[in-house]
Write a protein of this length. Structure first.
Length: 310
């Protein structure tokens, strides 16, 4: 595990000039599990660690990075297989592996007193790390995510969009050949049409330009535990059993109410674990709640950080 500023043979196919205004950050790389992991590391001060989901990458947090890095140190890794990180074909793209990678990442950067920010699949990854390193976590921020077993109500009414991709061969064709998951995620997850700008759409899709670099996107969908028989179900149960470690940790939840996957059922489940969490719901926002509502999220998140000093 070593930190480096260059790719040492790993080529990043990303038009930096094209996104110089929306993603104006320095590129950083380190070796994790034999692969190059890209990450953003901006600003100084208390550590804010942002963990993305599938099929997003650090670009998703760009507006939060720009704002909060003025006062804090904001660190945002791209999971292996995502963003500007390496995307090996034969890799163990599992929840447990991503958790281990995040653990190593935090160790290399020696991050402590962390405000942990999570979205989508970043919730299980982030909280999987957190329950193993609870002493490092000081505040929690959730964006349309979960870190517990899939609620029974959702298991009974599985989203057809996910079930189609779980079909062998068809899922591979849709995700890796046609990039359907990344394309339709933008349409379904950003509810405010004016936020689906050409630059936003291009940025979110930029790392997933061909069949080979969409492998992690497919594996993550295949990993979603839609029944108790799925392997990740037990991993989520292990995380769920330890969520009480953060009963007294300051928490804030931002929720896009038009999310068809992480819906009101998942939000209610968070209430079961953290009834005293500060909650903000956005009726006009979808799964990509940060895209839909970042200008309303930022002042509320800033107020939360100020009210809960480390």
């Amino acid at each position: 595990m070593s930190k480096t500023k260059n790719t040492k043979g790993y080529k990043v196919f990303f038009d930096r000039e094209k996104f110089k205004n929306s993603f104006p950050f320095s590129y950083n790389f380190m070796h994790i599990d034999g692969c190059q992991m890209h990450y953003i590391d901006e600003g100084n001060g208390e550590n804010i660690l942002m963990v993305h989901g599938n099929p997003t990458w650090s670009f998703y947090y760009r507006n939060l990075i720009s704002y909060f890095s003025k006062k804090y140190r904001v660190v945002v890794p791209d999971h292996i297989g995502y963003g500007l990180s390496e995307k090996p074909k034969n890799y163990k793209y599992t929840l447990d592996q991503h958790v281990k990678n995040l653990e190593k990442f935090v160790e290399v950067l020696n991050l402590k007193n962390i405000t942990l920010v999570m979205h989508d699949w970043g919730g299980p990854i982030g909280m999987g790390f957190a329950v193993r390193n609870s002493n490092k976590i000081k505040r929690l921020v959730f964006f349309n995510t979960g870190a517990f077993r899939i609620p029974e109500e959702i298991q009974k009414h599985k989203p057809w969009q996910l079930m189609i991709i779980r079909i062998p061969l068809l899922g591979n064709m849709l995700v890796r050949v046609f990039n359907a998951f990344s394309i339709f995620a933008i349409i379904w997850a950003i509810c405010r049409k004016e936020r689906r700008t050409a630059e936003t759409k291009a940025g979110l899709k930029a790392p997933y330009t061909n069949y080979s670099n969409r492998v992690a996107v497919l594996r993550a969908v295949q990993d979603i535990p839609l029944s108790e028989k799925d392997p990740v179900h037990m991993a989520l149960w292990e995380i769920e059993k330890k969520l009480n470690l953060f009963e007294n940790t300051p928490k804030i939840i931002f929720w896009g109410c038009k999310d068809f996957v992480f819906n009101h059922i998942c939000l209610r489940r968070w209430f079961d674990f953290y009834p005293n969490a500060e909650v903000h719901q956005f009726e006009d926002a979808g799964h990509y709640v940060v895209e839909d509502a970042y200008e309303r999220i930022i002042p509320k998140m800033e107020d939360f950080l100020n009210k809960n000093p480390i």
